[in-house]
Design a protein around this ligand. Structure first.
Ligand code: PEP
Ligand code: MG
Length: 314
């Protein structure tokens, strides 16, 4: 019965009372044509690191333009959100020398790389803009690891100067989440990366396998930061996405929507169950579930409270 319910869930994301919640894909290396076959409203996170990894030199603008053109062509008519290079930390690059860092997750990574190597970012933006001009996708661009409103403004200026119109930042540092109100004035949208936001909120290295309870995305402290960003997005009329692994858990997806997420981005296999969960709860019910999770003293209690209150069919 559950299989049949999932199979019958198609089309755009909607709550039971018809509120749209865009359902998007996280993609990276691989054939964009194959990704485009899935029933999604577009791409919420295109990780671009694969274009830069295992190379002695960065890819040229022309090389990058052809990769982005393939992607945008495959998703013609849909939204495609490209994340600029997230180098450093768990994604080191041969041609970016960050020196030796004792704590690379706290060092020069993501947007911070542009301090030393601005050309890497401006070339990438140039290539994304050129590909966007050639194709019919609705292209959005966002920077990883933005920590301050000034950094958000700096990125937005570079991206708009390159000719890109929809510019956003990822919120994956608690400091950025706390100043979400200021971020919203500088960019067109934000997307919350719960993988890194959990790591930095709970002071727990995401590459360790030994502390899974602390990295649990049900941690109420993490959800509280998501709520801060969601409220700021609502106040400023800016879309707030979630593109970390948390969005792929159907029960947690309800909580994220209750906290103000307007889109959820995930790996393709997770889409049907999240779509189905949304279709069985109204926006108000999602808000009530979010309240239960926020009021819990820990991750396990939050999950249980929401599990007990949500529709048992999901
Ligand atoms: C995140 O941090 O949640 C995220 C989506 O980005 P990545 O996993 O690539 O760091
Ligand atoms: Mg991240």
């Amino acid at each position: 019965r559950r299989q049949a319910l999932l199979a019958s869930s198609t089309g755009p994301g909607r709550t039971a009372d018809g509120e749209p919640v865009q359902l998007l894909l996280n993609i990276g290396e691989g054939d964009p044509g194959a990704a485009a076959v899935h029933d999604s409203e577009g791409v919420g996170l295109m990780r671009t690191e694969f274009l830069f990894l295992d190379r002695a030199q960065p890819p040229t603008v022309a090389e990058q333009t052809s990769a982005y053109t393939r992607l945008f062509t495959a998703f013609q008519g849909r939204t495609v959100t490209v994340r600029t290079l997230d180098a450093g930390s768990d994604k080191p690059l041969a041609f970016v020398d960050t020196g030796s860092e004792d704590n690379p997750a706290l060092g020069v990574r993501g947007y911070r790389t542009a301090r030393e190597r601005p050309g890497l970012l401006t070339d990438q933006l140039k290539a994304i803009a050129a590909a966007a001009r050639e194709t019919g996708a609705r292209v959005r661009v966002m920077a990883p690891m933005v920590s301050t409103p000034d950094e958000a403004a700096g990125f937005a200026e570079l991206a708009r100067a390159a000719g890109l119109e929809e510019v956003g930042v990822m919120v994956e540092v608690p400091g950025a989440a706390l100043l979400a109100d200021h971020l919203m004035r500088r960019v067109d949208f934000v997307s919350i990366g719960t993988n890194d936001l959990a790591q930095y909120t709970m002071a727990t290295d995401r590459t360790l396998g030994t502390l899974p309870d602390l990295l649990d995305p049900w941690q109420p402290a993490l959800l509280s930061l998501v709520g801060t960003v969601g409220a700021a997005g609502l106040h400023h009329g800016r879309p707030v996405g979630v593109c970390g692994e948390a969005a792929a858990d159907p029960l947690l997806a309800l909580v994220l929507v209750g906290l103000g997420a307007t889109s959820l981005s995930m790996a393709a296999p997770a889409l049907p169950a999240v779509r189905h969960a949304l279709a069985r709860h109204t926006r108000d019910e999602c808000a009530r579930l979010a309240g239960l999770a926020l009021a819990a003293p820990g991750a396990a209690a939050a999950r249980k409270a929401v599990r007990d209150a949500a529709d048992p069919e999901i």
